[in-house]
Design a protein around this ligand. Structure first.
Ligand SMILES: [Zn+2]
Length: 188
C-alpha cells in the first residue's frame, strides 16, 4: 500500500445527526470515514463512491444523493460508518463523467457511453476502503448496498449481511436504474 496520511478525528454535526469524521489521503485523492461514536464489531457500513452531481448539486440523473442521505440517516440511528470513496463517476473523473453525460444526452446509456470513451462500465477499485476498515480494526460488516460487485470487491472483509437501499425511480433516473439492474447486476 502507498503512503496514506490520516487526519485527526473531528466532530461533524449534520442534519441527520452528529458524526465523527476522519480523512485518509493517498496520492492526490482524499477519502473520508464518517462514523458514529459507537461501532459494534459488525457495524453497518456504506461505501459511497463520490458523485458530485448527485451528492452536492441535487442531480436526479442518478440515485447517489438519495443513497447517501439514506445511509447517513440509517447510520445516525443504528450506528455505523459511511466511507466516502473519492472515485468520482465510477472512477472516470468529472471530465469523463460529463463527457459520458453528453453522450447520454444523445441517446447512449451509461454503459455504452463509458465504452465509447474508452472506459470500462466500472473503473472503481477498493484497496483504500479495505485499508480504512482495517485501520478501524473492522473485520466484518453489514454492507449497505445494492451493488453485488461491491460485495465481491471487499475480499479481506467478511460481509455478514447485505442491507438494501430502497430509492424510488424518477422520470430522469428510471432508465439509468434499469441499466444498473439489467446490465450491471444491481439488486434493485
Ligand atoms: Zn451519481
Amino acid at each position: 500500500m502507498r503512503q496514506i496520511d490520516i487526519s485527526q478525528v473531528a466532530k461533524l454535526p449534520t442534519k441527520y445527526g452528529i458524526f465523527n469524521i476522519q480523512a485518509f489521503k493517498e496520492e492526490g485523492k482524499e477519502h473520508l470515514a464518517i462514523f458514529t461514536d459507537t461501532l459494534s464489531d459488525n457495524p453497518i457500513v456504506r461505501v459511497h463512491s463520490e458523485c458530485l452531481t448527485g451528492d452536492a448539486l441535487g442531480s436526479v440523473k442518478c440515485d447517489c444523493g438519495e443513497q447517501l442521505a439514506f445511509a447517513q440517516e440509517l447510520i445516525a440511528q443504528e450506528n455505523g460508518m459511511v466511507i466516502y470513496h473519492r472515485q468520482e463517476g465510477r472512477n472516470i473523473g468529472l471530465l469523463g463523467k460529463v463527457n459520458a453525460y453528453a453522450l447520454q444526452d444523445k441517446g447512449l446509456d451509461t454503459v455504452e457511453a463509458n465504452h465509447q470513451l474508452g472506459f470500462k462500465a466500472d473503473e472503481r477499485t477498493y484497496e483504500i476502503v479495505e485499508y480504512i476498515l482495517e485501520y478501524f480494526s473492522i473485520k466484518k460488516i453489514q454492507l449497505l448496498t445494492n451493488n453485488p460487485d461491491k460485495i465481491n470487491s471487499l475480499k479481506n472483509i467478511e460481509i455478514t449481511k447485505r442491507l438494501p437501499i430502497l430509492i424510488k425511480a424518477n422520470p430522469y433516473n428510471k432508465e439509468y436504474l434499469q441499466v444498473k439492474k439489467e446490465q450491471m447486476g444491481h439488486l434493485l
